[in-house]
Design a protein around this ligand. Structure first.
Ligand code: TYC
Length: 119
């Protein structure tokens, strides 16, 4: 499905929101915009055997604004279940977070994997 909503096509005269009042005048009504909310994306961290737990907790605090307790819970869920959702964002914000997390992991020499998927 495309992200952008196509522009609303013009209405033909006398149809839809442009009724004729029968006296030679055309009454223009404002058409209600039917814009859908943007699709949201969840950023997911994947478990591995090497990235230190403390680093994952730091990532959750720093890049996903989680408090220490929540970050620890999410990290442990990933550790036990293989993956966990860090947050849900618009497409651009989710993509930026993935890039920032991966860059931080590589700088630290950790194999941590971070992906985004449609929510
Ligand atoms: N499994 C890692 C360990 O035991 C910890 C870890 C948790 C790694 C979450 C990645 O996304 C992750 N050190």
């Amino acid at each position: 499905m495309p992200d952008e909503t196509p522009p609303t096509p013009p209405l033909p005269p006398g149809k839809g929101g442009v009724p004729d009042d029968g006296q030679g005048a055309v009454v223009v009504e404002r058409r209600t915009a039917k814009t859908k909310p943007p699709r949201m994306y969840q950023v997911v961290l994947l478990n591995d055997d090497y990235t230190p737990m403390e680093f994952v907790v730091m990532v959750l605090q720093e890049y996903f604004k989680r408090d220490l307790e929540t970050a620890t819970q999410i990290m442990l869920k990933i550790h036990h279940e293989g993956r966990g959702v860090c947050g849900v964002y618009s497409k651009d914000v989710a993509a930026t977070k993935v890039e920032l997390v991966l860059a931080a992991a590589r700088r630290g020499g950790h194999p941590l994997q971070c992906i985004m998927e449609a929510a």
